[in-house]
Design a protein. Structure first.
Length: 340
C-alpha cells in the first residue's frame, strides 16, 4: 500500500474511539458488542483501503480467475506493540484487530469456533500465533508445518470449514526464517500427471496416528478424497498433524497408486509454493478452498522480539462459485452477479 495514502489512519482510529468497547469486546461473552466492533472495523476499512485493493478483496471469493492468496503490505498497526507473548494471556492490539475484523467483513463474516482458543481475551474470534514451545502442536516453532487446508470438512466431518482466513503480522520474525508457504491447487494439479490426478480422485486416503511406544495405529478422521471438484478449478486437500511426543502421523491408501500420487503431490507442493515472509503490517488473505499452506521451522529468541501473527477465519456467506461445486455448470465470470 502507498504509505502516503494510509497516513493519518492511527490518529483517525484513536480520535473515533468513543468507549472501551472498541478495545474490550469478547466474542464469547459479549457477542453484541463484538458485532458492533466488527461493523465499525468494516466501515473503517472501506473508508481507508485504496480502491484497487478493495476491488481485489471484493472479487477474491467470487472470481474464478482471482488468486488463491493476497499479500497486502503497509497496513498501519498499533504504534506500540508489547513483547511477543510466550504463553497464552490477555493481549489486545486494537488497530491490528480492527484491520483483521474489517477486512474479514469485506470478504464475508469473521468467525471462530467454540472451544478453540475461546479462553483468550478476544473470546477466540481472533487468536495469537506466536512461538510457545511448551504447548506443542502448531505452536512449536522448531517443526515444519507441512501442507494442509484448515479444518477440511472431508477430514473433520464438521461444517465449520472456513472459506478462508487472514493472517496479520504485528511483528515479523527478526531472523526471516519463518516463511508462510502457499501452494495454489490449480498450479499443483497442472504439474501432477493425468494418471496421478485420476488415482487421487478414484480412491480415498486415510490419516493414521502411530504411537511411538507400542506402535499402535489409530485412524484420524474418515478416509477422504484428496482431489475433488471441477477439473478447471480443483480442490486439493493435503492434511497434516503436527509432531507429538506420543505419536507420529502418516497418510495411507488401500490403492498403492493413490498413496504414491499423494506423496508426490506433497513433494510437488514444496517445490511449487510461494514463500511469504510476513513482517509488521503485512496481511495474508488465504482462500482455503483453492490452496494448501504450511510454515517453515524457525528458531525463536523468546525475548519478546519473536514473530507474532493474529488470525481469524472467514465464512464467505452468500453464494459459492459454481465451478467449486463441480457438475456441468461453468465458472461464473466476474463481475456477472446473476446465477442460473
Amino acid at each position: 500500500l502507498d504509505e502516503t495514502a494510509m497516513r493519518g489512519f492511527q490518529e483517525d482510529f484513536f480520535a473515533c474511539v468513543r468507549s472501551d468497547e472498541e478495545f474490550l469486546w469478547n466474542a464469547l461473552t459479549q457477542p453484541a458488542a463484538t458485532e458492533r466492533a466488527v461493523s465499525r472495523s468494516f466501515k473503517r476499512v472501506v473508508q481507508w483501503m485504496p480502491q484497487d485493493t478493495l476491488d481485489e478483496l471484493l472479487r477474491f471469493f467470487v472470481d474464478p480467475a482471482a488468486p488463491c492468496a493476497l499479500w497486502i503490505s503497509g497496513l498501519p498497526i498499533d504504534p506500540e506493540i508489547p513483547p511477543t507473548p510466550a504463553l497464552p494471556g490477555e493481549f489486545r492490539l486494537p488497530i491490528c484487530e480492527a484491520w483483521l475484523l474489517g477486512v474479514a467483513r469485506v470478504l464475508g463474516v469473521p468467525y471462530g469456533m467454540l472451544g478453540f482458543y475461546t479462553g483468550n481475551a478476544r473470546g477466540g474470534l481472533i487468536r495469537d500465533l506466536s512461538p510457545k514451545p511448551g504447548l506443542g502442536g502448531i505452536n512449536q516453532p522448531h517443526i515444519r508445518l507441512n501442507f494442509h487446508r484448515d479444518v477440511p470438512a472431508c477430514v473433520t466431518g464438521s461444517d465449520s470449514e472456513p472459506d478462508g482466513f487472514l493472517l496479520l503480522s504485528a511483528r515479523g520474525d527478526p531472523g526471516h526464517q519463518a516463511q508462510t508457504l502457499v501452494c495454489a491447487s490449480a498450479l499443483l494439479a497442472s504439474r501432477l500427471s493425468p494418471a496421478e490426478l485420476a488415482a487421487l480422485r478414484r480412491s480415498p486416503v486415510q490419516t493414521e496416528c502411530v504411537r511411538h511406544a507400542g506402535g499402535q495405529v489409530t485412524p484420524y478422521g474418515p478416509p477422504f478424497y484428496s482431489v475433488q471438484g471441477s477439473e478447471l478449478d480443483p480442490q486439493i486437500t493435503l492434511f497434516y498433524i503436527p509432531d507429538h511426543k506420543d505419536f507420529s502421523y502418516r497418510i495411507v491408501s488401500a490403492d498403492p497408486e493413490t498413496q504414491t500420487a499423494y506423496g508426490h503431490a506433497v513433494d510437488l507442493a514444496s517445490e511449487l509454493c510461494d514463500e511469504v515472509d510476513l513482517q509488521a503490517g503485512d496481511m495474508l488473505v488465504i482462500n482455503n478452498a483453492r490452496c494448501n499452506h504450511g510454515r517453515t521451522p524457525f528458531a525463536p529468541q523468546l525475548d519478546g522480539t519473536d514473530r507474532w501473527l493474529l488470525k481469524t477465519f472467514v465464512r464467505a456467506a452468500g453464494w459459492r462459485r459454481p465451478s467449486q461445486l463441480g457438475g456441468a455448470e461453468g465458472p461464473l465470470r466476474w463481475p456477472n452477479l446473476l446465477l442460473k
